[in-house]
Design a protein around this ligand. Sequence first.
Ligand SMILES: C[S@@+](CC[C@H](N)C(=O)[O-])C[C@H]1O[C@@H](n2cnc3c(N)ncnc32)[C@H](O)[C@@H]1O
Length: 288
Amino acid sequence: MGKPLLRRIAEEVLGEEKARNVWKRIEIIGDIAVIRKSFTISVDELKPLAEKLLQVIPHVRSVWCGVSEVKGEFRVRDYVHLAGEPRSETIYREHGCLFKLDIRKVYISPRLNYEHKRIALKVKPGEVIVNMFAGVGLFSIIIAKYSKPKKVYSIDINPDAYYYMVENVKLNKVEEIVEPILGDAALVIKDRLRNVADRVLMPLPGLSYEYLEYAVMALKPGWPRYIHVYDFTFAGPGEDPEEKVKQKFAGKLREIVPRYEIEFSRIVRMVGPRRYQVVLDIVVEKPH
Ligand SMILES: C[S@@+](CC[C@H](N)C(=O)[O-])C[C@H]1O[C@@H](n2cnc3c(N)ncnc32)[C@H](O)[C@@H]1O
């Protein structure tokens, strides 16, 4: 296999040594390209590379550099503008749906695209779903488009994510199905979404373990009910990341539900050296 596109262009523009400080992966979100770099190269040194990317990648109008990890409650990254239009709002397309968003204000990761469709295809007609950490609505809207849920309650605590989710629900014409809700998922469920759901989505590694009891609270009594949890874990040599996450959640599930099965797990992606994002599809019985 040849070198990745970004590495090839970076070597051409910056020379081989400096090019090593640019991450191999480029992320294209709508008409915005995002690159990342190590601390050893300055943002200004990347500008000629960004100009070249504008020329060679069709449809890209703006190039940004991600200069922090995804951080804080809203899971947003810091960016510095490199080239092209100084605009961070765009329309991202996934699985035939449109998502308006601002990369500087909301979470977005094209790397979740397989998960969005995988979960959508699990949903059965007539289901009621609670998406506890919905962002700008990717899981919720793709589910509404591909399956025939009765209702998707779609919660996010970030006012900007909520604003774009409302826009995206209109853009994709799923107003009858997806209901955006602004707030803390725990409070929203306690106040108004107890015993309503067939299925709960928890796409926020880092909070899914702590909020598991609220996912169960949202479920209708009975069996089978479904929870999809996302979590991060470190796995050293010889350790299995999926097993680690299963054991962690099994401990808590034993305490809060009478019966459960972890019916599927997979590594969604690597998020650092030996650090993995893992998803568990869990079937639970919600007591009456
Ligand atoms: C990883 S992002 C969600 C990604 C989204 N599901 C997608 O597929 O693009 C996590 C989201 O959870 C939201 N969030 C964080 N804490 C929350 C809470 N307590 N209640 C509801 N939403 C929360 C953040 O604002 C963020 O938009």
